[in-house]
Design a protein around this ligand. Structure first.
Ligand SMILES: [Zn+2]
Length: 254
């Protein structure tokens, strides 16, 4: 068994968003308050954080743990990496480096933006904090083994992650035949569903996700990266029984 915690299921602007406020989302329903997307996987003695959102500090205060064996990055967009500084003090205290896993192109981007976390600057309090691991195909981190696969994210790529019968596919607008093959046979899927209607060429919307679910046929699907058009209770009413919107700090066993 593996425990999955959704730290955040919001879009890059979060819900409420600075520009759109709550939009169509009922502000009295706390499940509509969405921080930027990230999850945690826990199995036996291993816990892996997937993505470090700009909301990471508050997410981990709510979650109650900030000690991870590693971080996997799905891609290097700001809403998935900008929390990278937040665990520095935790790892400095333990005198160990934080292993991060990312595809080569994403690792290059992260290194460019946060070079000082990789190199330090020769002073004791600014020593390196990151241990980079380039991720291609399969990976093993303690008790958690999985496979990453390429996803089309519009003008760039992201990586989906499959661990046993669970898969996480954030920030995706189309999937190749190879990716569908890797997703074949999963029981539980957390998938990008930015909006009710198609508005962007970088993210899936509801009708597209429904098509994918028909094709892959997982037992349970949870929607993530949801914007202000995606009211929690409205979605519960219109979605089939096996598809539900995620919410921040939701936990599932897979
Ligand atoms: Zn994103």
């Amino acid at each position: 068994m593996m425990k999955v915690t959704v730290l955040g299921c919001g879009p890059s602007a979060g819900v409420p968003a600075l520009k759109y406020g709550w939009g169509d989302c009922d502000e009295n329903n706390s499940k509509n308050k969405r921080t930027r997307s990230s999850i945690v996987l826990e199995k036996s003695n291993t816990s892996v954080l997937i993505d470090m959102s700009p909301d990471l500090r508050q997410q981990l205060l709510d979650y109650g743990n900030s000690n991870f064996d590693a971080v996997i990055f799905t891609h290097s967009h700001y809403d998935h990496v900008n929390g990278i500084n937040e665990l520095r003090s935790v790892f400095f205290e333990q005198e160990r480096l934080l292993p991060i896993y990312a595809a080569q192109d994403d690792m290059n981007n992260i290194k460019k933006s946060f070079f000082y976390l990789f190199e330090g600057n020769g002073v004791e309090i600014y020593k390196p904090y990151i241990e980079p691991h380039v991720m291609e195909g399969t990976f093993t981190i303690g008790d958690i083994s999985g496979i990453c696969f390429e996803q089309d994210h519009g003008f760039s790529k992201s990586r989906g992650i499959r661990v046993n019968n669970f898969a996480y596919s954030t920030d995706v607008v189309s999937l190749s035949d190879e990716s569908f093959e890797i997703l074949n046979g999963i029981d539980t899927w957390i998938v990008d569903c930015l909006s009710l209607k198609s508005v962007k060429s970088t993210h899936a919307h509801l009708d597209l996700v429904l098509e994918w679910v028909k094709k892959i046929n997982p037992k349970r699907t949870f929607l993530t990266h949801m914007d202000t058009t995606m009211d929690y209770n409205t979605l519960l009413k219109i979605l089939p029984e096996n598809i539900k919107p995620a919410y921040d700090q939701m936990t599932i066993l897979v």
